[in-house]
Design a protein around this ligand. Structure first.
Ligand SMILES: [Zn+2]
Length: 129
C-alpha cells in the first residue's frame, strides 16, 4: 500500500523563508565584531566622554566623586573648591547635629568655623569649558 503525503505550507511560513535580503541585518555592524555589552569607554560621547577621560587622569571636573576627607586642623584644613573669591560654607560641627552652621569663606588664609573651630581653606577650581 503506497500513500502520498502532501504538505501544505502556510503563507506565513513562505514569507519567513523568502524575505528580501535588504531586510537582513547589515554585515558590517559595529557590534558584530565586539562580543558582549560595550563599556562606557567604548560608547560614551560628548561631555560624558570628556568626564571619563578626566577621571582617568585623576581629575574630577564636575565634583561627581565623594569629596576627600580632611582632619579640619590647621595643618590639614578642609579644602573648599571655588570658582570665585568667596563661598558660603555649611559646617555640620558634630555628626549627630541637626543644625548647620553657615558662614562665608574668603580666599586667603584658612578660616575657622565660628562654632566648632574646624579650619576651612578656599582653593580655586576651574570649570571645564
Ligand atoms: Zn563647625
Amino acid at each position: 500500500m503506497t500513500s502520498k503525503m502532501f504538505f501544505r505550507i502556510p503563507c506565513s511560513a513562505v514569507r519567513l523563508v523568502t524575505f528580501k535580503p535588504s531586510l537582513r541585518a547589515p554585515a558590517h555592524r559595529a557590534m558584530a565584531t565586539v562580543k558582549g555589552i560595550p563599556t562606557d569607554d567604548e560608547q560614551a560621547t560628548g561631555i560624558e566622554r570628556r568626564t571619563l577621560q578626566a577621571l582617568k587622569k585623576g581629575q574630577d571636573p564636575f565634583s561627581i566623586l565623594k569629596p576627600k576627607e580632611y582632619a579640619g586642623t590647621k595643618e590639614d584644613p578642609h579644602i573648599v573648591p571655588c570658582i570665585g573669591t568667596k563661598r558660603l560654607v555649611g559646617c555640620l560641627c558634630e555628626e549627630e547635629n541637626t543644625a548647620i552652621v553657615w558662614f562665608w569663606l574668603h580666599e586667603g588664609n584658612a578660616q575657622r568655623c565660628p562654632s566648632c573651630g574646624s579650619h576651612y581653606k578656599l582653593a580655586h577650581h576651574e570649570l571645564p569649558h
